[in-house]
Design a protein around this ligand. Structure first.
Ligand code: MN
Ligand code: MN
Length: 450
């Protein structure tokens, strides 16, 4: 059954796996949105001695740039020798509030929503949700919202119909209509009011507690995410269940590998790029099709005295690699029909190399060159890292996309890698602690040695 480079549980101690797992759980509990993930990493980079590009003189060991609070790029080492990048994404499937969401119907205040990314809608019904994000007032004041993050907070719910009234013979997709996914925001009327008294009470509380007016919702990024703590899963506590593993787990592994990698100032550079918007096609100013990370490298080159930063960057790209770090599917024994057993990740067998991710006849994605796969597996083998081969299902069954193709189009030699997940895109995704740790080790040696 596939490539076997040794069970991670046999070669690493339980203690080292648990130390990394605990620190990851602290992060994933905090990083409920892409903004919170980036904020966490920015603080971590500053604490580790990295400087923002605004304060960079060319002499510091490492430098980073945070783009609009939603994406990030960081580099250390000598970029003129090339850069070993690990690139991941910090957005995750979720339920957003619509820009003008509030209404009242039959004594209940509700909010219209709009799902983001590939969700199986039924998984998000009757589930405690937290409302997290930012509201920006017209004067520019930014209000951070995190209702449902503390255990004492109220939570929100997209209610589902009781089984007694849901017996019609319908297709699954007909049971779960996006326009029926309206979140419950309140049920107590403002005493003394006649019309829309419940909605008015919700607005009164929002004003008192957060200084939010109804019109402010239009200039807000507010997301409904599972109000669930990360938990160990199984009698042996071998897995971590949490919201947002895809792909904040790789973002965390990449940042930790970057901070801990031993790359001196005169060695080939190591880098990390964290993108937003991967789940909806890498669009926009913070996604993998955006230019922020390229502008950052060109700026570094100018600071270092290159007058023609454009040509210098092209030279660097030719000497660089990108590990497109994203989660893959883990073999699910209850659904054997969708997997190719030879090419699917198994829990505990380490990081998965995903040679390509496209659909059908390999459509819609890039494929790593044999030469690069050989180089990567050489580095992993030399360092005793457990790795395996994984693809998104049988031919003509699965397929998917990552940031890989956009970086490949820029000229970077690119390969997809990451840990396997069960229940990917669900509100509570599962990962093996062994794969969590082994993937971090893989990214670290690849940053140092590719
Ligand atoms: Mn992903
Ligand atoms: Mn995804």
């Amino acid at each position: 059954m596939g490539i076997d480079k040794g069970l991670v549980w046999k070669k690493r101690t339980r203690e080292e796996i648990e130390v990394f797992s605990e620190s990851y759980k602290t992060f994933i509990d905090y990083a409920k949105t892409e903004r919170l993930a980036i904020e966490y990493f920015e603080k971590l980079l500053i604490k580790a001695g990295f400087v923002s590009i605004d304060n960079y003189t060319g002499n510091e060991d490492g430098v980073f740039f945070v783009n609009r609070g939603k994406s990030l790029v960081a580099i250390k080492g000598d970029i003129t020798k090339g850069i070993n990048f690990v690139a991941a994404h910090v957005d995750a499937p979720r339920i957003d509030l619509r820009p003008y969401p509030l209404y009242e119907d039959s004594g209940i205040a509700l909010g219209k929503t709009h799902y983001y990314g590939g969700v199986k809608k039924y998984q998000w019904l009757s589930l405690p949700l937290a409302l997290v994000g930012v509201v920006v007032k017209e004067n520019g004041e930014k209000i951070n919202v995190c209702i449902g993050c503390d255990e004492k907070d109220p939570v929100f719910v997209l209610p589902d119909l009781l089984p007694h009234l849901d017996k019609e013979d319908k297709k699954v997709s007909e049971h779960f209509k996006a326009d029926k996914m309206n979140v419950i925001l309140g049920s107590i009327p403002l005493i003394g009011e006649e019309n829309e008294a419940v909605k008015k009470n919700v607005l009164k509380l929002l004003k008192e507690k957060y200084n939010i007016d109804e019109e402010d919702f239009i200039s807000a990024d507010l997301e409904l995410v599972p109000a669930l703590k990360p938990r160990d899963v199984g009698i042996d506590a071998g897995m971590i269940g949490a919201y947002g593993h895809d792909d904040r787990i790789c973002a965390y592994q990449a940042i930790m590998a970057f901070v801990n990698s031993e790359v001196s100032k005169d060695q080939k550079a190591a880098g990390v790029i964290l993108f937003d918007r991967e789940e909806i096609g890498s669009e926009g100013d913070a996604g993998a099709q955006a230019r922020f990370y390229k502008s950052f490298v060109r700026k570094l080159l100018k600071i270092k005295g290159f007058s023609d930063a454009e040509s210098a960057f092209d030279e660097i790209i030719n000497k660089s690699y990108v590990i497109s770090a994203d989660v893959t599917t883990l073999y699910d024994p209850s659904y054997p029909d969708v997997h190719d057993k030879l090419n699917v990740a198994k829990p505990g067998y380490g990081v998965a190399i995903v040679k390509y991710t496209g659909r059908g006849g390999k459509g819609g994605a890039s494929e790593a060159h044999a030469e690069l796969v050989a180089k990567v597996r050489g580095v992993l083998n030399k360092n005793g890292i457990s790795w395996q081969s994984s693809l998104f299902g049988k031919v003509d069954v699965g397929g998917g996309g990552t940031v890989a193709k956009f970086l490949a189009q820029e000229g970077f030699d690119t390969i997809d890698m990451g840990p396997g997940l069960m229940s990917m895109h669900a509100p509570f995704e599962l990962v093996s602690k062994a794969d969590l740790y082994e993937t971090y080790l893989a990214f670290k040696v690849l940053m140092e040695q590719l």
